[in-house]
Design a protein around this ligand. Structure first.
Ligand code: SF4
Length: 460
């Protein structure tokens, strides 16, 4: 599902580079935890929050069980409203369709609001290679675009950067005064530039958060209003969506809008929920619906639930591994627990390290607004990759040994006794020589195991 080239997804190696900068690591961890806490506060004031989650999950599961029917209904209704609907098998076909539409209208300048799908398809590079200038209008997306790097988070693409770094970037690229790091001033500088780009654009590309089968309309959620601006001025609007974005009825939208903003940023609602029902007067609306590996996931029962995702990013904000290793360490457009589940479907060998980038604490599943069992799926992937012999021999041997010991009480107790005897005698330097041990203190070894304690007390 990711066309990014030249990136390895050897997560441990990539994460090591991020972890090497202690200050950035701490600040990144704290920033995301701050968003997670905002989410907690926003959800705690909704007494029916868990009911809402269950309802969202049920609607999505139902939609997936009849996906072809709902897509067909959506196509009919959208076409009746005057939109043109296109289906693309994969990223390549998607890019070809979008380029064809732009070329037919002689478009050379296009503005784009945030869309993870077009990131996954590598649309910007494709269009630029065909002589079309693409300007991302979401501020975070624009920042990473100017840095020639991918987003590190699906909702906050530039969360890995400090305001001073953005100040330097805007000084170099947008003429901001040297040393400016006030976010308000920097936003004004970017706003001034983007207004010019929006006015000069000949076409607007957006993603789609929800496509309503009942009405044929699409809904795009932004906090900056850039989807509205990008599609109000130019006559051509191209909306790109994955097949899983469809929802059955207009009244389902309320459930997802309430879940999305609170889970993503802790806001009661996204600042702009833009509804597009057919093209604007005198304009053209094209909706490109992309599969790109999704129907293969739909066919895999245990993994199907990942298609319920509404791309809120909450699983990333809460994940202790994501917070401490940064989004780029995953080497895919969608990082974090969600990306670690999605990426191996495309190339299990290339992305084999990702399901191990998790403590399996289950926090991702706990916060997911549509109840996706992410940590269970990560565990499933580990088993699959192990059976396919795609994980390193050392890790496989260690897992097999652990399995053997844990299945035999006598071996577990015997090794436990040895460990309790030997651990206090080991020099501390030995622990420090190990990556894992460098940041940890071992607690003093207990004199007896829990089983021994239990037996002794029961015997009393
Ligand atoms: S998997 Fe759940 S928590 Fe993660 S982005 Fe999707 S909806 Fe949000």
């Amino acid at each position: 599902m990711d066309t990014r080239e030249g990136m390895t997804t050897e997560h441990p190696e990539n994460a090591a580079a991020f972890v090497a900068n202690d200050a950035r690591l701490k600040w990144h961890d704290e920033s995301l935890w701050f968003v997670r806490q905002k989410r907690d506060r926003a959800t705690s004031v909704i007494p029916e929050w868990e009911t809402l989650r269950a309802l969202g999950a049920d609607i999505k599961a139902h939609t997936l069980s009849r996906l072809a029917d709902y897509l067909e209904e959506f196509e009919q209704k959208a076409t009746a409203l005057g939109a043109h609907v296109h289906f693309a098998r994969d990223a390549e076909e998607h890019n070809r369709i979008v380029h064809g539409l732009l070329a037919r209208a002689n478009v050379t300048r296009v503005v784009k609001s945030k869309s993870m799908l077009t990131e996954q398809c590598g649309l910007n590079h494709y269009l630029e290679a065909h002589g079309i200038e693409v300007i991302d209008t979401d501020l975070g997306e624009r920042i990473v675009q100017l840095r020639h790097e991918p987003p590190s988070h699906i909702v906050m693409p530039a969360i890995h950067l400090k305001k001073e770094e953005i100040g330097d970037l805007f000084h170099d690229t947008m003429g901001a005064a040297s040393g400016t790091s006030d976010p308000k001033v920097l936003t004004e500088v970017a706003r001034g530039r983007l207004r010019g780009n929006l006015l000069a654009a000949q076409a607007g590309i957006t993603g789609v958060n929800f496509a309503i089968a009942e009405t044929g309309g699409v809904v795009v959620c932004t906090n900056e209003g850039n989807a509205d601006l990008g599609t109000s001025i130019p006559p051509l609007h191209i909306a790109c969506m994955g097949i899983e974005k469809v929802i059955p009825r207009a009244k389902d939208l309320g459930v997802f809008l309430r879940l999305l903003a609170r889970s993503a940023t802790g806001q009661p609602v996204t600042a702009y929920s833009s509804h597009f029902h057919g093209p604007r007067p005198g304009g053209e609306l094209h909706i490109v619906i992309v599969d790109h590996g999704r129907s293969a996931i739909l066919g895999r029962e245990h993994y199907r639930r990942t298609l319920q995702c509404i791309r809120c990013g909450a699983c990333m904000n809460t994940c202790p591994v994501y917070r401490r290793s940064g989004g780029h360490s995953y080497g895919v457009t969608v990082p974090g627990p969600l990306g670690a589940v999605l990426a191996p479907h495309i190339d299990p060998k290339k992305h084999r390290s990702l399901p191990f980038a998790s403590t399996l604490c289950g926090s991702c599943s706990d916060v997911c607004p549509v109840q996706i069992d992410l940590h269970q799926q990560l565990l499933l992937w580990r088993g699959e990759l192990g059976h396919a012999e795609l994980i390193p021999l050392r890790k496989r041997a260690a897992s097999q040994l652990a399995g053997w010991v844990l299945a035999r009480t006598w071996a577990y107790e015997f090794l436990g006794r040895i460990a309790r005897w030997i651990l206090p005698k080991l020099p501390k330097a030995l622990l420090r020589a190990n990556d894992w041990g460098r940041q940890r203190e071992l607690p003093p070894a207990p004199k007896e195991s829990f089983r021994e304690l239990y037996r002794r007390r029961r015997g009393q």
